[in-house]
Design a protein around this ligand. Structure first.
Ligand code: PEP
Ligand code: MG
Length: 767
């Protein structure tokens, strides 16, 4: 397929991207949209124009209906009887696949594709090649534009791009279709009044009850075809300057803490607004004949299409930031950005498909109670900012936006990973009650904040928090924890756009130690690899990433990164105590290799006369069962051991910690686990080696009780768990519990959870 020779060759554009568009074609379509007549007529004319210009035997437009089916609305080349008759579900056939993925498809032999769905009424068996593009507006698929040829054609990227540009113009036509008779009516109202429940994943914890506020629907560019590209470029430039100034203003907002990764995220986000590749693509689209706003929208659609194919979570975040910048730039172009915080009603719960890192800060945060997203991931930049604001956020709640109406009552229960839309009053009452009870409990936990975590028979248990961001340090102080038992150093690496060098790392670790003040911090060296791929560290694509090339295995095989990290840690802790532990150590020899790297770094620093830490304690995470059979040799070599129960139990039971199908198959409170832990405690005690446990298990009061029963005296947990665990400890007699646990560890049962729970209730232990 090639574009027809234009009768005004000067009108044709060809730019560095290789996109050969025709301004004349854009104008023809634009005039069609603006002209008189019913929508059907205009869609019929549009397919006619496109098929002629593209020398295609078939051109069809499928329109997305309210029931999420794609209806063949207009076609040249397919049987006329199929128009308004052929319907495909989203995901069905090639057209459905294009809509489901919101991605273009170009196939030389469409019928050989596994998604091809044959519809005899269309007569499409005569056509071999197919290129289709989604008709997108504001991330919503309004339809699909398809071109087919009788011969097997290899469509070029420029041809696909050309169709995508035409799809922008068609989007305008379809978006106004309801007015002119195209049936895109919204889903019937029956579903919109019934209660609905959505499950998803908690991006930040918490509970809130409020009223739905829909995050602004994306903006719609009014005019898509430009008369004067120079004028459009000038408008673009002004909008970019305003955009940058508005991000600078967000950075100065006083309700966002002055330090922390969220500031860095905003700064990086601002930097992206200068990204040459992104700006270049927008300029190219303007040169092809689009207005500045249509050009931004086209590039945003492209970014979005590419995003779905990106596996690397970090790069996805980068693409998401660019997508969000595109939105913001569009609003500046359309004069919809006032710079003032967006007003919200009382107790607002914001619903959106996804939110960019700066979006939250556009709102009046005093009134915002929670956020619910259809997409999102825990490492999303927005989630990190929400954590700094202590705002509950639920992600991956599919369908919530389309089912909710502005003002609906909504319960966000991120603690149980569910969202309840239009709940009955009795449900609201019971949630309000449990929120009140939680508030009372929080007040009780605040009251024990300064009391020691000591059992009723006088055993002092050390309670620390697990952290990964600077903002977590505020929580350490607020919870009254003894320190940070696990600082996951890979997390700050994952929110940056390049590997922090030694100086940057030193600065970061110094800030952690400064903010921890007199409390101890245990730094865990990088646990990357597997699914935690950094853009500047390309690891292997392992079949079983959790058991693959990760953590200390990478550190030993490619020691530069680990040595730099150790050097930074030594420098940051100069004059103070440094605690470092290595993750995923499987054998003593591995620990020795890592310790040798540390020794070398100490010697190097000493050799250069650099100030050293007062003391360096080197520890190991016990996460791989094999290491438990080398404890005598290990315990005499290291200063401390921390049991990483999350990984340890997945390897003990051969049960993937991230697989929901087996998530509840085995119980941490089982005789096998208790025996294992008791044996480790006995050996560590005999060797006089400090032992702690820093997996999620330590954060549940019942589990923590069992751990104390196993003999553990140091626990590290997520910050909100410190209050409940301390309250439990202060109601517990530890000594008799040890006898119980030693008996339970001998049982043949699947789980001893119920016996432990009954014991707690009988003995009035606050679990
Ligand atoms: C663990 O495995 O228990 C642990 C604390 O490490 P992470 O959860 O970071 O793998
Ligand atoms: Mg682990």
């Amino acid at each position: 397929m090639t574009l027809a020779a234009s009768d005004s060759t000067n009108d044709r554009t060809s730019d560095s991207n290789g996109w050969t568009g025709s301004r004349r074609l854009l104008r023809l379509l634009r005039d069609l949209i603006r002209g008189e007549g019913a929508s059907q007529d205009r869609l019929d004319k549009a397919v006619d124009i496109v098929s002629k210009e593209f020398h295609a035997e078939v051109c069809s437009i499928y329109v997305m209906r309210a029931d999420e089916t794609l209806e063949l609305y207009a076609s040249i080349g397919l049987n006329a009887a199929a128009v308004h008759r052929t319907r495909l579900r989203v995901g069905e056939g090639l057209v459905g696949e294009i809509a489901a993925r919101a991605l273009p498809f170009a196939l030389a032999d469409a019928q050989a594709h596994p998604s091809f769905a044959y519809r005899p009424e269309t007569g499409e068996e005569a056509f071999v090649s197919l290129v289709g593009v989604p008709i997108l507006q504001n991330k919503a698929v309004l339809g699909v534009l398809v071109v087919q040829n009788k011969t097997a054609r290899d469509y070029t990227e420029a041809e696909v791009e050309g169709l995508e540009t035409l799809a922008i113009v068609l989007a305008e036509m379809l978006a106004t279709g309801a007015r002119d008779g195209v049936d895109t009516t919204q889903r019937g109202d029956a579903a919109a009044v019934l209660p609905a429940r959505f499950s998803g994943i908690a991006l930040t914890a918490g509970l809130a009850v409020g009223r739905v506020v829909e995050h602004r629907r994306g903006v719609v560019p009014g005019k898509v075809v430009a008369e004067d590209p120079e004028n459009e470029l000038a408008r673009l430039q002004t909008a970019l300057e305003n955009l940058r100034a508005s991000i600078d203003t967000l950075l100065l907002r006083h309700d966002v803490a002055a330090v922390g990764e969220h500031r860095e995220i905003l700064e990086t986000y601002r930097m992206f607004s200068e990204d040459r590749g992104w700006l270049g693509r927008i300029h190219d689209a303007v040169h092809s004949g689009l207005t500045a706003e249509a050009a931004v929208q086209k590039v945003r659609n492209d970014t979005r299409a590419r995003m779905d194919a990106i596996k690397d979570p970090y790069l996805r975040e980068r693409a998401a930031d660019l997508d969000d910048l595109g939105d913001r730039l569009l609003r500046h172009l359309l004069g919809e950005e006032t710079g003032a915080p967006r007003a919200l009603p009382e107790d607002a719960v914001l619903l959106a498909r996804d939110l960019g890192p700066a979006d939250l800060l556009d709102y009046d945060l005093e009134r915002l109670r929670a956020v619910v997203l259809e997409e999102g991931s825990p490492m999303a930049h927005m989630a990190i900012i929400a954590r700094s604001l202590e705002l509950p956020v639920m992600g991956r709640c599919r369908g919530v936006v389309s089912q909710a109406r502005e003002g609906d009552t909504i319960i966000v229960d991120a603690d149980n990973e569910q969202v309840l839309l239009r709940p009955n009053q009795s449900v609201v009452d019971s949630f309000t009650e449990s929120m009140d009870a939680m508030a009372r409990r929080r007040a009780e936990y605040a009251a024990v904040r300064d009391l020691p975590p000591v059992t009723r028979d006088g055993l002092r248990i050390s309670l620390s928090i697990n952290a990964g961001l600077l903002i977590d340090l505020q929580q350490m102080h607020a919870s009254g924890a003894d320190g940070i038992g696990l600082y996951r150093t890979e997390i700050p690496f994952m929110v940056r756009d390049s590997l922090p060098d030694v100086d940057e790392q030193t600065e970061l670790y110094k800030r952690v130690l400064d903010q921890a003040r007199d409390k101890s911090v245990v730094f865990r060296t990088l646990d990357i690899g597997g699914d935690k791929i950094l853009p500047y560290w390309r690891g292997a694509t392992d079949e079983n990433p959790a058991m693959g090339w990760r953590a200390i295995r990478i550190g030993i095989d490619r020691p530069v990164m680990l040595r730099q990290q150790l050097r930074a840690l030594l420098r940051a802790a100069a004059g103070r105590e440094l605690n470092v532990m290595f993750p995923m150590v499987s054998e003593v020899a591995e620990f020795e290799s890592a310790r040798t790297l540390m020794r070398r770094e100490i010697e190097r620093e000493e050799g250069q006369g650099a100030p050293l830490p007062e003391k360096v304690n080197i520890g190991v995470m016990l996460e791989v069962p094999a290491l438990a059979w080398q404890l005598p040799a290990l315990l005499e070599r290291c200063h401390f051991i921390s049991i990483g129960s999350n990984d340890l139990f997945q390897f003990l039971f051969a049960c993937d910690r991230g697989n929901p199908r087996v998530a509840r198959r085995y119980d941490n409170l089982s005789p096998a686990v208790l025996s294992f832990l008791r044996s480790v405690v006995a050996q560590a005690d005999a060797a006089g080696c400090t032992l702690s446990l820093c997996g999620e298990m330590a954060g549940s009061p019942l589990e923590a009780m069992a751990l104390v029963g196993c003999g553990l005296r140091k626990l590290s947990m997520p910050p909100p768990a410190v209050g409940p665990v301390k309250t439990m400890l202060r109601s517990l007699y530890a000594e008799p519990l040890r006898d119980l646990v030693s008996q339970l560890a001998e049982l043949p049962d699947h789980s001893v959870r119920e016996q432990l729970r009954a014991y707690a209730i009988d003995h009035e232990i606050a679990i």
